[in-house]
Ligand binder design. Structure first.
Ligand code: NAD
Length: 281
């Protein structure tokens, strides 16, 4: 990547597994890639002490404009997008790492309006979704008829809310939810991001028609498994076009994010951080 241009200034919101990985890569490789880390914000600032240079620690997210970021990447929680997404867009492009936030139509509308008003772009990290471009192309051609995304892992990897948090997990494999992705996002905001990314990649179906399935599987102690099943239109013989991908991603026990997804986020950051002609997250 070119280094003879003004570096793009990047701010990171969230300093958990993804945030720590992105920050250490930005500090180690940012300058040669034309990216400059200008701040890191975390809900608990104490977690940054000793690993984020003090000058880069941002204490109050409402003061981020003082760091003049070009791009802010959210890797914290969908709540941040609900509460601060539109405000961030006033000052910078935004790479959404928790796209389940966009299942909320008010939030989606606020981001669209802020993006148009302030001329800043919204990117969505594909995260653990395999085949994003293929889904998007089929959708754009009008050929996507159904899309179903199943996410299975050990229940320790879930951060569930409302009725799902109290749902009993019986037997080795329990289907906790099966239905429109829009209904799942508020109940599993941190475990529905792959499904939300699929709904955004397939706007003809969207959050109301892409089906999300969340499965608790006691055998998957160190793995996140994502199955994507889609169908297209019938061919001349009447048989329908169909694709099924099965992604097994090693993960630390209890982690929300699998190992390969950390690398996918870095690629998304590079895509969103490049000049407009070469973008894509
Ligand atoms: N798009 C995808 O496919 C995909 C894949 C993996 C993770 N994610 C999402 O990315 C985000 C970060 O993932 P991670 O693995 O780094 O998680 P993590 O649990 O390791 O870290 C989350 C960080 O955000 C902070 N945080 C948690 N709740 C918060 C809140 N309500 N307000 C502000 N800060 C809060 C925590 O203190 C922590 O620093 C999560 O929302 C996760 O669901 C998306």
């Amino acid at each position: 990547m070119a280094t003879d241009r003004i570096p793009r200034k990047v701010g990171v919101v969230g300093y958990g597994r993804l945030g720590q990985s992105l920050v250490s890569r930005l500090l180690a490789q940012g300058s040669e890639l034309g990216l400059e880390l200008v701040f890191v914000w975390n809900r608990n600032p104490g977690h940054m002490v000793g690993s984020v240079p003090p000058a880069l620690q941002l204490q109050d997210l409402d003061t981020l404009e003082g760091r003049h970021p070009d791009l802010v990447i959210e890797v914290a929680h969908p709540k941040i997008i609900h509460e601060s997404g539109a405000q961030i867009l006033r000052h910078a492009d935004l790479l959404v790492g928790s796209p389940s936030a966009l299942a909320d139509q008010t939030t989606e509308q606020q981001l669209l309006e802020a993006s148009h008003r302030w001329g800043h772009a919204v990117f969505v990290a594909r995260g653990a979704l395999w085949g994003t471009e293929d889904i998007n192309r089929l959708d754009a051609l009008g050929g996507l008829q159904s899309l179903r995304v199943t996410m299975a892992t050990h229940p320790d990897g879930f951060r569930l809310e409302g009725p799902l948090a109290a749902a009993p997990v019986g037997g080795s494999r329990t289907v906790l939810y099966e239905g429109p992705v829009r209904g799942l996002c508020p109940l599993a905001p941190r475990n529905s991001n792959t499904m939300a990314a699929a709904a955004l990649a397939a706007p003809s179906l969207g959050f109301d028609s892409v089906v999300g399935v969340l499965v608790a599987d006691l055998s998957l102690t160190d793995m996140h498994v994502v199955d994507v099943e889609l169908t297209g239109p019938p061919g001349p013989t009447g048989r329908s076009f169909a694709v099924h991908t099965h992604r097994e991603n090693p993960a630390q026990p209890g982690a929300v994010t699998g190992s390969a997804t950390v690398a996918a986020f870095w690629r998304s950051l590079l895509g969103a951080g490049s000049p407009p002609s070469g973008r894509g997250a």
